[in-house]
Design a protein around this ligand. Structure first.
Ligand code: AMP
Ligand code: ZN
Length: 504
């Protein structure tokens, strides 16, 4: 597997420090409001990468912090009239809720900055004792010039940075590039005791302290959006390497930004869509398919049209899977001999088995090439097309049945590796309890007998009544049944194998 490393600016063979295990750190959100779909893109991209590593058999220790003390949190808490810690708790749970809703796997460890202050203080003290940090009036700064590799990660030249920084010279700093490790307390702000007096940590030190604590130094993968490369990751790296005097992270993975009308989606620009609002009308699987179409490192320009395309793709896969399930459930067992040994049946089967094999190979090859999800998706779509064409005249014998079953399972399995969970929709009859009870009521009304809260039985009863009505040319009753189902958000599909009920 090859991954693009921001530090070396090239694709490298991925070799973990401990065979079979991956230490993975991803910068988490600052919990001061609800996240937008730009933030979500970054978290979804790395969720897919984590899932793929797990699919390959790696045991991934996935650490994601929550920044729960920060200027923005303090300001917003004052506006909402609650304490900074209450505000952070509120948005931390909101974050967990939307991440669960889009199927992002829970981090293995999710440390909160305010619970890790002790480690941060220890690290700052060590930097101070090693001559990489200095205290001024209760603040502590990192001395950028004491770390010779500063600028390497972001590819910036320290002299150029210096001239850019001159405008904003803080007389107390030894060098304009120096950044805060610890900030002296201001009245009314959350503060902790430290060797430099009451105060709170700077943002960058959080990630250095938490990654060292939970993953050790060095660890394998450090990830985040590419807007964090400078200064956040440059500073994290400087602190961590200066402190441990060893490499910090072996591979730096950065995700591209989500833009809208070519502008970065951001809270401050006001051009954002909150993830929780989008999820009121977009299924998470569709949102994930949308994101998977673009390579994680490229910029992704969001548009409603692209979202519609993703919804249509989802529909296409689900329809195909529903058709397959229907065929598998409704084709009578065919004896293996002699039906199954005709030339055509054997070739139908072996063609499909070849397609399944090809799909798996193409999927792994694409993902092994710096997680090319668009190409991996194309492999899955090719298999959807292949199995559709293989079954257009139904299922031909038992070996064909097994191949069709395998194709459907492969599609579901590989999509799940990308975090698109179709298991819930694979079963056509899997309605909410409310819909089920309404269906049962309708069936009882139409048949005049009790249906015992059995969903499948109710559907069969409704469809049978409709079939009888149509046979008797009672179009009024047939239409009424269709309308009643439509009120429940269900439609009747007439297929070669008979009618069935599906979600709209
Ligand atoms: P923040 O809470 O601003 O630190 O952002 C949390 C995460 O979202 C970071 O990893 C950022 O890189 C990422 N992020 C912020 N804006 C965008 C965007 N427009 N597109 C993709 N990722 C973003
Ligand atoms: Zn970080």
């Amino acid at each position: 597997m090859r991954v693009y490393n921001t530090l070396t600016r090239k694709k490298e063979e991925f070799v973990p420090i401990v065979p079979g295990k991956v230490g993975f750190y991803i910068c988490g959100p600052t919990v001061y409001n609800d996240i937008h779909i730009g933030n979500a893109r970054t978290f979804l991209s790395f969720d897919v990468i984590r899932r793929y590593l797990e699919f390959l058999g790696y045991e991934v220790n996935y650490v994601q912090n929550l920044t729960d003390v920060d200027d923005k949190i303090i300001k917003r808490a004052a506006q909402e009239g609650i304490s900074a810690s209450e505000l952070a708790k509120k948005y931390a749970s909101a974050f967990t809720e939307v991440m669960t809703a889009v199927g992002v796997k829970k981090p293995s460890i999710q440390p909160r900055a305010t619970e890790e202050i002790e480690q941060m203080i220890a690290m700052i003290s060590e930097l101070e004792s090693k001559g990489h940090a200095y205290a001024v009036d209760g603040d502590v700064y990192f001395a950028v010039r004491s770390f010779s590799a500063y600028g390497e990660l972001s590819g910036r030249d320290i002299e150029q940075l210096q001239s850019g920084a001159r405008v904003d010279i803080d007389e107390r700093k030894r060098d304009p590039l120096d950044f805060a490790l610890w900030k002296a307390a201001k009245p009314g702000e959350p503060a902790w005791d430290s060797p430099w007096g009451q105060g709170r940590p700077g943002w960058h030190i959080e990630c250095s302290a938490m990654s060292a604590r939970y993953l050790g130094t060095p660890f394998d993968i450090h990830a985040g959006g590419d807007d964090l490369v400078f200064p956040h990751h440059e500073n994290e790296r400087a602190q961590s390497e200066a402190c441990a005097q060893t490499k910090f992270a072996n591979y730096w993975l950065h995700g591209g930004m989500l833009t809208i009308d070519s502008e970065k989606m951001s809270k401050s620009e006001g051009n954002f869509l909150l993830l929780k609002d989008v999820l009121t009308h977009v299924r998470p699987q569709a949102l994930r398919l949308l994101m998977l179409q673009t390579h994680y490192r490229s910029t992704f320009d969001y548009s409603p049209e692209r979202l519609n395309e993703a919804m249509a793709s989802l529909e296409r896969i689900e329809t195909a899977l529903r058709n397959l399930k229907w065929l598998l459930d409704n084709t009578a067992e065919v004896p293996t001999v002699p039906n199954d040994i005709t030339d055509t049946n054997v070739s139908w089967t072996s063609d499909l088995l070849t397609q399944i094999e090809r799909c798996r190979e193409q999927f792994v090859k694409s993902m092994d090439d710096d997680f090319n999800t668009a190409s991996a998706m194309a492999a899955i779509f090719d298999l959807v097309t292949a199995v559709n064409s293989s079954t257009k005249d139904g299922i031909r014998g038992d070996t064909h049945r097994m191949a069709v079953d395998d194709a459907a399972a492969t599609i579901v399995e590989l999509l799940a590796v990308l975090g698109v969970d179709l298991l819930a929709t694979q079963d056509a009859y899997d309605f909410s309890p409310k819909i089920t009870s309404e269906l049962v009521k309708l069936a009882e009304e139409l048949t005049g007998s009790l249906v015992n809260n059995d969903e499948a039985f109710a559907i069969t009863a409704v469809l049978d009544t409709r079939a009888r009505a149509r046979a008797a040319k009672d179009w009024a009753l047939a239409d009424a049944i269709r309308d009643r189902l439509a009120e429940l958000g269900l439609i009747i599909e007439d297929t070669a194998q008979g009618a069935r009920v599906v979600r709209k």
